[in-house]
Design a protein. Structure first.
Length: 427
């Protein structure tokens, strides 16, 4: 049996869970991979922090970069989570020193994945990152292995458990965004600063990784269509219910006329659609390809359990001796990306205006919409006479993104419109 030395850099919730899981499953891993594994090095910010496990202080390294040069280490597992700084330096140094690397760091991979995959291939080692997308759902391995000979042309996903939990609880408990977010933070489902979960940045990082794997392209860097859920209010959730729809934050990537179109934004989805019923912290990914057709993967998308499951999957893949291209094909065969112009995209829209309740305001709005070639399919006006204001909800026919964007900006100068209009695209 081969002796394999493992290092874990980062001992937060996920790193701690993984440490205990590796120790408890050593025998099982040995049987499945014909290896004898040992954790020979660990590193974290604070050696004195109270943890749920005991470790030999002799294997603790204050400077994680020393681990990457240690001859006893064969596999480095990076769980710090930064896109740059020490995370990048650890992974880069490990690959240069011919150590296999496993990471759950979607920010790092979406920003530096091309360079790091080049290093891995050059040094004939693995760079594995299954846990970076979809938590415990084996979506990356499905694309790389299970669907390797398929031509994937579209990927749709609910890829952020925090946002999905908030939207679900708002709908089921009839509660405000602010209250549900506070509860999610108390439960540990949202970070103290949840910006990247709520504004769509987390989903975009995952979509960029999925795009690269699915379409054999280099990772895209261009600014794309990105909206989060921060402006979704309970009245939007309730209006969606009346319209027999649900609101979900979706990440979508597809090839249109040989060009890549990536986007992240809330969508209104018919209740009978499969993805409209993915609730709570669950994630789901729909892969559309040929000849397989439509493949659906669903599971818990975050947390120590699902993430450590994906990390263990990567670990066993390496222990079995599988040296793979990190993105499925060689670095020099992955093409640069041509981008689809988001302004040419057509969508039906849900628009909510908060306005002063006085004569002529509705007429001002409809005239402005007509000016930008936006036609109305349905209009609902909800007055609040006590506050002398009203909500105007408009469902449009399909409209070009360029027109809707310019139109909504034009309302900033209208003093009868009390705040920026809320926009949700229909799926």
């Amino acid at each position: 049996m081969k002796n394999i030395g493992i290092a874990i850099v980062g001992l937060g919730n996920i790193g701690s869970r993984l440490y205990k899981e590796i120790l408890s499953k050593k025998k099982d891993i040995g049987l499945k991979t014909n290896t004898k594994i040992n954790i020979v090095a660990i590193s974290a910010k604070n050696i004195k922090k109270k943890r749920s496990f005991k470790f030999n202080k002799k294997i603790f390294f204050k400077n994680p970069l020393e681990i990457t040069k240690n001859p006893k280490v064969n596999i480095v597992i990076e769980l710090i989570g930064l896109s740059d700084g020490i995370s990048k330096r650890v992974v880069e140094s490990a690959l240069k020193n011919r150590k296999n690397v496993i990471t759950a760091n979607k920010a790092l991979i979406s920003k530096h994945g091309d360079y790091l995959s080049f290093l891995a291939e050059k040094n004939k080692v693995n760079l594995e990152f299954e846990a970076a997308v979809g938590g415990g759902i084996p979506v990356l391995r499905t694309i790389k292995d299970g669907l390797a000979t398929n031509k994937i042309h579209k990927v749709i996903g609910i890829l952020n458990g925090t946002s999905n939990y908030i939207l679900t609880k708002m709908q089921k408990n009839k509660d405000s965004f602010k209250n549900v977010l506070k509860d999610a933070q108390k439960l540990g489902l949202a970070e103290p600063n949840p910006k990247f979960d709520l504004d769509g940045s987390d989903v975009l990082a995952k979509i960029r990784i999925l795009s690269s794997l699915s379409f054999n392209k280099k990772i895209s860097k261009i600014a794309c269509l990105k909206n989060g859920i921060e402006n979704i209010e309970l009245k939007d959730i309730e209006m969606a219910e009346k319209l027999d729809l649900r609101i979900k934050l979706l990440g979508i990537t597809e090839i249109i006329n040989n060009k890549l179109f990536e986007r992240v934004h809330p969508c209104l989805i018919k209740k009978d659609n499969y993805i409209a019923n993915i609730d709570g912290v669950m994630n789901a990914v729909i892969l559309e390809g040929y000849p397989v057709g439509e493949s659906v993967l669903q599971g818990e998308g975050a947390g120590p359990g699902p993430t450590s499951s994906a990390l263990m999957s990567d670990l066993l893949s390496i222990l079995r001796g599988n040296i793979k291209f990190p993105f499925g094909i060689p670095f020099n065969k992955r093409r640069s990306v041509s981008f689809y112009d988001k302004n040419k995209n057509y969508n039906s829209l849900y628009l909510r205006f908060e306005v002063k309740d006085k004569p002529g305001v509705l007429s001002q709005i409809t005239k402005q919409l007509a000016k930008y070639k936006i036609s109305i399919e349905r209009l609902i006006q909800i007055p609040d006479h006590n506050k002398k204001r009203a909500s105007i909800v408009i469902i449009t026919h399909k409209v070009k993104e360029a027109y809707s964007s310019k139109c909504l900006k034009s309302f900033k100068s209208n003093k009868n419109v009390l705040k920026n209009p809320t926009i949700i695209r229909l799926f």
